[in-house]
Design a protein around this ligand. Structure first.
Ligand code: BG6
Length: 505
């Protein structure tokens, strides 16, 4: 292609379409693949964001042919696609869907996979480029990676790229994540490894950077001089679904605190990157993750909980220990809250309260900056009884947007100041709906843009925060809370002891 001298390569307004390529999914019959990946592939195709020469491959044990696999993919995509269904789009995709039958330790199956990829180069012009998506438990990584390596499929050359996508959890602690990182890095080169934290694919999470670094309004007050505390909440009304086995071994801290919440913290607290590039953004996030401190007394600054039976939206909800597949004496936490510090000039002394839980009253993820009270109020105390701290809330989901909470005079003949809200709602300001996180991230993998993917050093720095917590909690029992409540009482007491309160979003 002749380069256009007038087009700035940093101009990212035009939709980017990846080069011809293949996507190979391991774990294609799993939950993630059916609910997120296959619909995302369809949505990208429907938006014209997949290259014309594209192939989708799956390897699994089932005794299937290409047609059976195409049928599974079609019904999964149809069920969960974000964009309207267009049969002709699917038909075009279906022609380049391939299935290879076999287990992960089956050499023949991987030889066949390599041969199929090579064949697609000729028949579908995929140019030798391929991304391997490991949508499988980490315990299976070694065998799959070795097979991919043995068959020569992992090598990028000047003429073709080969990438690997790794799903969280990246290990279960610092040691296992290091081992996992070493393993992945021994097969693929570091630039070809994409670690998915799907929260980074959410539009509102990316907006955090726009909000901070594209405006002059917020940055001057985004520091210890003005911010009293930061609250990051990831509340879910759902329980553990069909994932008892995974959840029993994982718990809330490893499941979401280690990754989603710490990434949100990093984006909230980081300094402005030198430029909006993968390298620079990851560098700034890493600095924050390394600067995180745990409180000295974990007994009063960290809480883990487990839901008991209760009521949610008028329906009876089972307790965690009564869920199918859960040990009736389980001590796995379904709620975790902790106070962290960020030891930098900007943040030293500002508590970052993080909480995540299942079976809470509603599904909401938000980042709230709670500002200091005005040093002096020239009103009578009674005039400002209902005035809280100013707050800036980035609503990640649902009702994506930003809210500013501040005091305002209540209309009338007396002076009374009360909190009011100013809202920006994505749904009202933009006509275009936000892409799903997986849609965005899958596209970025195929484009080779690693901006929204944590580097392994970030993953390790995050485990370094979680490990001491897990050690402290080992052998203890989580505090009970009723399904439909905002977590255990101890979590409220933790903030109350410091003169603060959790927000009730
Ligand atoms: C996953 C966790 O990473 O995120 C799940 O493993 C959780 O336990 C899910 O339910 C929540 O994702 P979202 O996008 O629905 O907020």
């Amino acid at each position: 292609m002749i380069p256009n001298p007038l087009r700035d390569p940093r101009d990212r307004r035009l939709p980017r379409v990846p080069e011809p390529c293949a996507l190979v999914v391991f774990g294609i019959t799993g939950d993630l693949s059916r609910k997120k990946l296959l619909p995302a592939v369809y949505d990208l195709a429907n938006r014209g964001l997949l290259p014309t020469n594209f192939a989708l491959l799956g390897l699994a044990r089932r005794d299937w042919g290409n047609e059976d696999f195409a049928e599974l993919a079609r019904s999964a995509a149809r069920k969960a696609a974000r964009t309207p269904w267009r049969e002709e789009v699917w038909e075009r995709l279906a022609g380049s869907v391939r299935f290879v039958q076999g287990s992960f330790d089956d050499d023949n199956a991987f030889d066949e996979l390599a041969a199929t990829l090579a064949e697609l180069e000729g028949s579908h012009g995929i140019g030798g480029n391929a991304a391997f998506y490991l949508s499988i438990p980490p315990a299976m990584f070694p065998v799959v990676l070795k097979q991919v390596q043995r068959t020569g499929m992992a090598e990028s050359t000047p003429d073709r790229w080969r990438r690997v996508v790794v799903e969280k959890p990246f290990g279960t602690d610092l040691a296992s994540s290091r081992a996992l990182n070493e393993l992945v890095d021994s097969v693929f080169s570091a630039d070809d490894v994409f670690r998915i934290d799907h929260y980074l694919g959410k539009e509102t999470v990316q907006n955090l950077m726009a909000l901070r670094f594209a405006n002059t309004l917020f940055e001057p007050i985004w520091n210890v001089h003005h911010v009293d505390s930061v609250q990051i909440t990831m509340a879910e009304d759902v329980g553990i679904g069909g994932r008892a086995q995974f959840y029993e071994e994982t718990g809330a801290a490893r499941d979401v605190l280690q990754n989603h919440l710490l990434q949100l913290l990093a984006l909230t607290a980081m300094e402005e990157p030198v430029e909006f590039s993968a390298e620079e953004i990851r560098t700034e996030k890493l600095k924050v993750l390394r600067a995180i401190s745990l409180p000295e007394d974990l007994a009063t600054s960290a809480v883990r909980g487990q839901y008991e039976q209760g009521w949610l939206a008028g329906q009876r909800a089972t307790g965690y220990r009564e869920e199918d597949g859960v040990d009736p004496h389980s001590t796995t936490e379904t709620y975790a809250a902790v106070r962290l510090g960020v030891e930098t000039r900007r943040w030293a002394g500002v508590p970052f309260y993080l909480r995540a839980g299942k079976r809470l009253p509603r599904r909401v993820t938000e980042i709230a900056l709670v500002f200091k009270r005005a040093p002096h109020l020239p009103f009578a105390d009674t005039d400002t009884e209902e005035l809280g701290n100013n707050q800036l809330v980035v609503r990640v989901q649902p009702d994506e947007g930003v809210t500013l909470k501040f005091g305002s005079k209540v209309p009338g003949s007396v002076m009374e100041v009360r909190d009011v809200s100013m809202d920006f709602l994505y749904g009202e300001q933009f006509t275009e709906a936000s892409p799903e996180a997986y849609e965005r991230l899958l596209l970025d993998v195929l484009l080779g843009d690693a901006t929204l993917f944590p580097r392994n050093a970030e993953v390790e720095a995050s485990w370094a925060v979680i490990d001491p917590l897990e050690e402290f909690w080992a052998g203890t029992r989580p505090q009970p809370y009723r399904a439909g409540e905002w977590g255990p009482r101890a979590a409220d007491e933790m903030l109350a002891a410091e003169g603060r309160r959790w927000r009730r979003p």
